[in-house]
Design a protein around this ligand. Structure first.
Ligand code: PHE
Length: 340
C-alpha cells in the first residue's frame, strides 16, 4: 500500500496539470471513486490492523480525501476563470468593425422616365416649368376654352375643394402660367407633374397619374415642327426603329388637334396581344395652340403661334418597359420596383 502523503502529492500534482473538467473527473474517480479509488484501496485491509494503526490510517485517509477534494474545487474554479477570460477575448464586440452594408435604393421608374424626357427636351432647348397641383377653375378650364357647361369638361372631371379650386385634371394650365410668366416668345417649355381625374383605378387608368406637357410658341410653327420634335423625343427614348403617327382629334385648346401614337415595340407595328392587334399605342394628345389660348396667356396670336402636347408619363413608361397594368407603378411591391 502506497504512502498516503505521497499519493496525495501525486493526486495534487495531477490535478494542478489537468486542463479540462473531463480530466478532473477522471482524476476524481481514480482517487476518490467509492469502490476502486486509491483512497478506498488504502483502507481495504484496515480490519486487520491494530486499533492504534486503524485510527492513524483512518485519519490519514480522511486528510488525503479532503486535500484532494479541495484541490479539485480550486482547479475547477481556475479552469472556469480561464474559459471566461478566453471568451471575453474571442467574443468581444469590435466596434470599429464595419457593419453590414445598407441596402441602397434607387429612383422610381416613373422618375427615371420623367428625367429622361426632360433630358431629351432640354437638349432641344426646352425649359422645365412647374405649376401647382391645386389649380383654379380658370387655369384648369376657362383659359383653355373649356367654359362653364362645355361638354368637353366631362373628360377632365376632377376633385373640387370649392367651385373655384380643384386638383388639376391635366398639365395644360401650366401653358397659360408659363406664357404669363415668360411673356415674350420664343417660349419652349415642358411641364411634368401629377394630375387628378375622377376615374376608377383600373389596368389602364387611375384617378391620379403624371403627365408631361410641352409648349412651343414662336413664329410660323407648323404641325411638321411638332411632329418632328415628338418623333425625335420618342426615338431618343425608345430607339430609332419606332414610328409615330398623329390622328385627327378634338381638344378645345388646340386647333387642329391630334391623338399621338407610337408604334408597338413588341411587334414592331404589325399587331400583337400587347397593342391589342393595333400595332400602335396611344400616349397622349397634341395640336396647334388655339389663338384664344395664346390670348389668354397674354400673347398676340397675330404675331405668334405655337404647338403643344400632353403625354401620360405612366403610359410612356409602360411603352418603354412593357408594363401591362398602370396600378403597378403605385404599389409598394419591391419585386416590381426593383426591376428598373
Ligand atoms: N391636356 C390634354 C389631356 O390631358 C392633352 C393635350 C395637351 C392635348 C396639349 C393637346 C395639347 O388629355
Amino acid at each position: 500500500m502506497s504512502d498516503p502523503s505521497e499519493m496525495t502529492s501525486q493526486a495534487l500534482a495531477a490535478i494542478g496539470q489537468a486542463q479540462s473538467n473531463t480530466e478532473l473527473e477522471r482524476i476524481e474517480l481514480e482517487y476518490l471513486g467509492r469502490k476502486s479509488g486509491k483512497v478506498s484501496a488504502m483502507l481495504s485491509n484496515i480490519g486487520r490492523l491494530a486499533p492504534a494503526e486503524k485510527a492513524a490510517l483512518g485519519k490519514a485517509a480522511n486528510e488525503a480525501k479532503r486535500a484532494i477534494e479541495g484541490a479539485l474545487v480550486a482547479r475547477r474554479a481556475e479552469l472556469e476563470q480561464a474559459r471566461l477570460a478566453d471568451l471575453a477575448e474571442t467574443e468581444a464586440v469590435d466596434i470599429t468593425f464595419p457593419g453590414p452594408p445598407l441596402d441602397r435604393g434607387h429612383v422610381h421608374v416613373l422618375t427615371q422616365v420623367r428625367r429622361q424626357i426632360e433630358t431629351v427636351l432640354e437638349s432641344l432647348g426646352y425649359q422645365v416649368e412647374l405649376g401647382p397641383e391645386v389649380e383654379t377653375e380658370w387655369y384648369n378650364f376657362e383659359a383653355l376654352n373649356l367654359t362653364a357647361g362645355h361638354p368637353a369638361r366631362e373628360s377632365w372631371d376632377s376633385f373640387y375643394f370649392s367651385p373655384e379650386l380643384l386638383l388639376r385634371a391635366h398639365t395644360s394650365p401650366v401653358q397659360i402660367r408659363a406664357m404669363q410668366r415668360l411673356k415674350e416668345p420664343p417660349i419652349y417649355i415642358i411641364t411634368p407633374g401629377r394630375v387628378y381625374r375622377r376615374d376608377p383605378a383600373e389596368a389602364t387608368r387611375l384617378p391620379y397619374f403624371s403627365q408631361v406637357e410641352g409648349l412651343a410658341v414662336d413664329k410660323g410653327l407648323t404641325v411638321g415642327d411638332m411632329k418632328g420634335t415628338l418623333l425625335y423625343m420618342i426615338q431618343s427614348l425608345y430607339g430609332r426603329e419606332r414610328k409615330v403617327r398623329v390622328r385627327p382629334s378634338y381638344f378645345p385648346f388646340t386647333e387642329p388637334s391630334f391623338e399621338f401614337d407610337v408604334s408597338c415595340g413588341i411587334c414592331g407595328g404589325i399587331g400583337c396581344k400587347s397593342c391589342r392587334h393595333k400595332g400602335w399605342l396611344e400616349v397622349g394628345g397634341c395640336g396647334m395652340v388655339h389663338p384664344q389660348v395664346l390670348r389668354n396667356g397674354g400673347i398676340d396670336p397675330t404675331r405668334w403661334n405655337g404647338y403643344a402636347w400632353g403625354f401620360g408619363i405612366e403610359r410612356m413608361a409602360m411603352l418603354k418597359h412593357d408594363v401591362d397594368d398602370i396600378r403597378l407603378f403605385y404599389e409598394p411591391d419591391l419585386r416590381f420596383i426593383e426591376q428598373f
